[in-house]
Design a protein around this ligand. Structure first.
Ligand code: CA
Length: 221
């Protein structure tokens, strides 16, 4: 079982190496984000232990980039104590689990073994239109190689449109699927969100059809 450790605190990194090797793992260590990302792309690791605050590329970005490139090695993120936001962001970025520093070596090994047993999870297919992509499993979207940061509602709207590229969808359908079937607020909320989404995915991606609703360009715009 081969593990990549990406950690810039040298003492912790070397302690992890020694401990994991003693437990029978083959271990590679990267002391910054750039090396870590490179190693993770080049080698099929059985698991990756990934710190968040790293010189070069931070852990969230590494995780999101790997997932965007369909590298599914299980990732265990190391988060700072009491940083609940870090934990949520870690999972949003596509990490499989997280462990709060400081942690015991036994707990780390147990979590790693659990991740390895589970293996790389099967992901539902990514939705695409041209170079616009969205992964419903990891809640991420990209234009080409660049991640698009979306709120939950913007994400749901883009996902709905991407499930029907090139088709006209009415405001009412959007309201029913992205908001609620019994939505009773101002239907113009859809326009507001379409405008916000256009600002993030590109104006030409979503066409307004007079009186009929909207259409996502089949080629992504
Ligand atoms: Ca660090």
């Amino acid at each position: 079982m081969r593990v990549l450790v990406v950690e810039d605190e040298r003492r912790l990194a070397s302690g992890l190496r020694t401990g994991l090797e003693a437990d029978g793992f083959a271990v590679d260590v990267a002391l910054d984000g750039t090396d870590g990302l490179w190693l993770a792309r080049e080698n099929p690791y059985d698991a990756i232990v990934l710190d968040i605050m790293l010189p070069g590329v931070d852990g969230h970005r590494i995780c999101a980039t790997l997932r965007a490139e369909s590298v599914w090695s299980p990732i265990l993120m190391l988060t700072a104590r009491d940083a609940e936001r870090d934990e949520i962001r870690a999972l949003d970025a596509g990490a499989d689990d997280y462990l709060t520093k400081p942690f015991s070596h036994a707990v780390l090994v147990a979590r790693l073994r659990a991740l390895m047993r589970r293996g790389a999870p099967e992901r539902p297919p990514t939705l695409t239109a041209g170079d616009l992509r969205l992964d419903p499993a990891t809640h991420q979207a990209w234009r080409g190689p660049n991640p698009i940061m979306l709120t939950a509602r913007e994400f749901a709207l883009l996902e709905f449109l991407l499930r029907r590229p090139g088709e006209a969808v009415s405001k009412r359908e959007i309201l029913a699927h992205v908001w609620d079937f019994d939505f009773e607020g101002d239907p113009n909320i859809v326009e507001v969100y379409v405008r916000r989404l256009r600002a993030k995915v590109g104006r030409s991606a979503i066409e307004t059809l007079r009186g009929a609703g909207y259409r996502l360009a089949a080629d992504g715009g």
